[in-house]
Design a protein around this ligand. Structure first.
Ligand code: PLO
Length: 509
């Protein structure tokens, strides 16, 4: 009898302390507010049928605040809409949030994360990044080599605009070819001519990839769907196969010509690094060196990123110049004053061409090329602001919201390059810290320097020689942009008219 009551008492005491520990002593975790969610499908009911994900996430702030969470199927996702939280994720806790979630589509694109952009954080990843970084700065050093390559492409682009002058031109594909040739030169020391069949094939597979990869499509949310027939996934596989074929051709050519000493392009630099690593077994990568797949996926990444992003921004710039002819006029006035007609624009002009620089900055703000960046993943239990974030959470940085924050930007929906200039107009500055067009921190864009060089030089060369306008009988699309791995520009036609001062002059040299 006695032992029974002792046991009962012990049990009650245990229960009491257990409850106390649960509710009082162990602090309850404070997770961000969550959208309603159901088992298995999570918050998909709120997301279904809303392809413009960046706009939806922007709107949801009104109801849920600027840091909220949701479930994509079973994945816990935290959406960041404010620059202070974004900087905490990207800079202050950069390493903790440096992971990438695995997704069916990006795994297919990158052979299970052997690239840089979509691969998660690891010592090998850090090494790959360092390699590419030093290769890019090697080409960029003194920037002369790159400047020369870009100007060569700008000249040939201007030659084409001159030939097609009075007709309406699909400027997008000309811009794409010019940008592609810069990256081709950098990666493979090769280039494409107009109408080149291989170039057309590249355009086609690249569009297929942009249309299907990392869009938080159903397959990425429910990986088991990949065992069912799936149109998008089939297209992606076909496009990746086309890409691989071109990539292998380049790889074979380079391997054959490689002599171990000189490195003429990015592919050579990576081949050399791979050889060095193999010869030097003391490397601390636990036998997990740079494989052939890593090398190929790294080049594919640089190539894809180099082409798709810069072309997209150039198309946005041209569309905004057609929508705001007065901005175009101001850039041309600046060009006439600071560069004139007797010489070509060069990188050193960037310092004085503040209105063109401000226009580029404003386009990058109002239409960020990567509106949700690429999702990050928390590598350990951590926090953002006052909120707890569990290990494995996916963090989506909504750059669209950050660039359209009314507390930070005066009339954020308005296109106004002047907001990036001081009163004298001679200095460019950012009026708000809520501006991250290239991301920030451990995973910041690797091509920022190259991209800025290209945007400036291509636009300066074109506008020095031509005035862009809407061809007769055509109208412009709304500059809405279609959400995807990049914010895609609607199609439009352009008429490029040679400026008076250039009549009778050579425009392509
Ligand atoms: C573009 C289509 C290419 O065929 C493959 C490719 C590779 C790298 C990706 C790029 C695509 C889209 C833009 C990305 C880039 C890596 C970094 C860049 C996602 C899918 C951005 C904006 O973050």
């Amino acid at each position: 009898m006695m032992s029974l009551s002792v046991a009962l008492l012990l049990m009650l005491t245990f229960l009491f302390f257990w409850k106390l520990a649960k509710w009082k002593l162990v602090p309850r975790l404070n997770y961000p507010r969550s959208l309603p969610s159901l088992p298995i499908i999570g918050s998909l009911l709120q997301l279904a049928g809303q392809p413009q994900v960046h706009l939806l996430f922007h709107r949801l702030q009104q109801k849920y605040g600027n840091l909220y969470s949701l479930y994509m199927g079973s994945h816990y996702v935290v959406v960041v809409n404010n620059y202070l939280h974004a900087k905490e994720v990207l800079l202050k806790k950069g390493k903790i949030f440096a992971g990438r979630p695995r997704m069916v589509t990006t795994d297919l694109l990158t052979r299970n994360g052997k690239d840089i952009a979509f691969a998660t954080y690891s010592p090998l990843w850090k090494f790959q990044r360092k390699l590419v970084h030093s290769a890019l700065s090697m080409f960029g050093k003194g920037s002369l080599a790159l400047e020369k390559i870009i100007c060569q492409e700008a000249a040939s682009l201007c030659g084409i605009l001159n030939v097609t002058q009075e007709s309406s031109l699909d400027i997008a594909s000309e811009l794409t070819r010019a940008v592609t040739n810069v990256v081709c030169n950098l990666c493979f020391k090769s280039s494409y001519h107009r109408g080149d069949a291989e170039f057309e094939a590249m355009l086609q597979y690249s569009q297929g990839i942009v249309d299907t990869v990392a869009k938080e499509g159903l397959v990425d949310i429910f990986p088991w769907l990949q065992s069912f027939p799936n149109k998008d996934l089939a297209l992606l596989k076909q496009c990746v196969a086309m890409r691989d074929q071109l990539l292998y051709q380049q790889f074979a050519k380079h391997k054959e010509a490689f002599n171990g000493d000189s490195a003429n392009d990015l592919m050579d630099v990576l081949l050399k690094a791979k050889l060095n690593m193999e010869n030097n077994n003391s490397h601390l990568l636990q036998g997990q060196g740079l494989t052939e797949d890593h090398l190929l996926m790294t080049v594919a990444d640089i190539f894809g990123a180099g082409v798709e992003t810069t072309t997209t921004v150039l198309k946005w710039i041209v569309l905004y110049l057609l929508l705001y002819p007065e901005v175009q006029q101001k850039i041309q006035d600046e060009l006439d004053q600071k560069v004139g007609y007797n010489r070509n624009p060069q990188l050193s002009d960037r310092l004085h061409m503040t209105y063109l620089e401000a226009t580029i900055s404003e386009v990058l703000r109002i239409r960020p090329v990567s509106p949700l960046l690429i999702p990050h993943e928390a590598l350990e239990d951590t926090s953002i602001g006052e909120y707890d974030i569990p290990k494995g959470a996916r963090i989506v940085i909504n750059l669209w919201s950050i660039h359209h924050d009314e507390k930070e930007w005066d009339k954020p929906g308005e296109f106004n390059p002047g907001r990036f200039l001081d009163e004298s107009g001679n200095h460019i500055y950012s009026p708000s810290p809520s501006y991250l067009p290239f991301g920030a921190g451990v995973r910041v864009c690797m091509g920022e320097v190259l991209a800025k060089m290209e945007l400036f030089l291509f636009m300066a060369w074109i506008l020095q020689r031509f005035t862009l306008s809407i061809p007769e009988g055509h109208t412009l699309p709304e500059p809405e942009g279609k959400f995807g791995v990049v914010l895609q520009v609607p199609n439009f036609k352009v008429k490029a008219t040679l400026r008076k001062a250039w009549e009778g002059l050579e425009v392509d040299q």
